[in-house]
Design a protein around this ligand. Structure first.
Ligand SMILES: [Zn+2]
Length: 209
């Protein structure tokens, strides 16, 4: 678990590839169902087309269906789920969880990272004024297009997303904390340091990038 920009996907991928785990996110599960024209996929498409949010029942059934495939030998790693208290309870009841990795990134750092994001208005390439600067200011290295911010990367939109994230995530973390499943890792350092910190906490083999 972690706020946007905390490196959830990156850390999950390293763990999955290195330890032979199956990695999936709820977003991947939805996309798979839509692309493969399943019944659930059709339902998701209808809900999105109507501009509504996918409800807990549908999210639960899609996660359940995915994890019931039992296509892993050593385990799975899920990101983007559970998002609220009810989904957390569902997850605890049905699956044997080893740990919840909580990538902790202070709001000020999220703001700094997200507000530094830029996008080429011509070719769509991503930039970040902190981590991936263009060679010429405001210009795409590849196509020379103008770099712009994403429409939803404004101070106000981000503040609303952070409020929403904490409002939903804190009760979920609380549920997992009660079961002593939560391993909190500082998400500010570089990705190798973070990966090693995760492994130290979970007693996993040393990371050799
Ligand atoms: Zn470009």
């Amino acid at each position: 678990m972690g706020v946007q920009g905390s490196g959830k996907g990156t850390q999950g991928t390293i763990l999955a590839e290195d330890l032979g785990l199956v990695q999936s996110s709820v977003g991947d599960m939805f996309r798979w169902n839509v692309q493969n024209h399943t019944k659930v996929g059709a339902q998701v498409r209808r809900i999105m087309a109507a501009g509504q949010l996918v409800d807990d029942d549908l999210v639960e059934s899609i996660v359940h269906q995915r994890l019931d495939q039992h296509d892993w030998n050593y385990g799975f790693i899920v990101d983007g789920f559970p998002r609220n208290k009810r989904q957390a309870e569902f997850f605890l009841e049905r699956y044997d969880i080893d740990g919840v990795i909580h990538l902790d990134l202070p709001d000020a750092e999220v703001r700094r990272r997200v507000l530094a994001r830029r996008l080429c208005s011509r070719c769509g390439l991503d930039y970040n004024l902190i981590a991936h600067r263009p060679r010429t200011e405001d210009r795409c290295d590849v196509c020379g297009g103008e770099l712009v911010s994403r429409e939803d990367d404004t101070e106000e939109a981000l503040a609303a997303r952070l409020r929403d994230y904490h409002g939903k995530t804190n009760p979920v973390l609380e549920i997992f904390r009660r079961k002593e499943f939560v391993f909190t890792v500082d998400a500010r350092p570089d990705k190798v340091t973070i990966q090693q910190a995760i492994r130290d906490q979970l007693g996993l083999p040393v990371y050799k990038p």
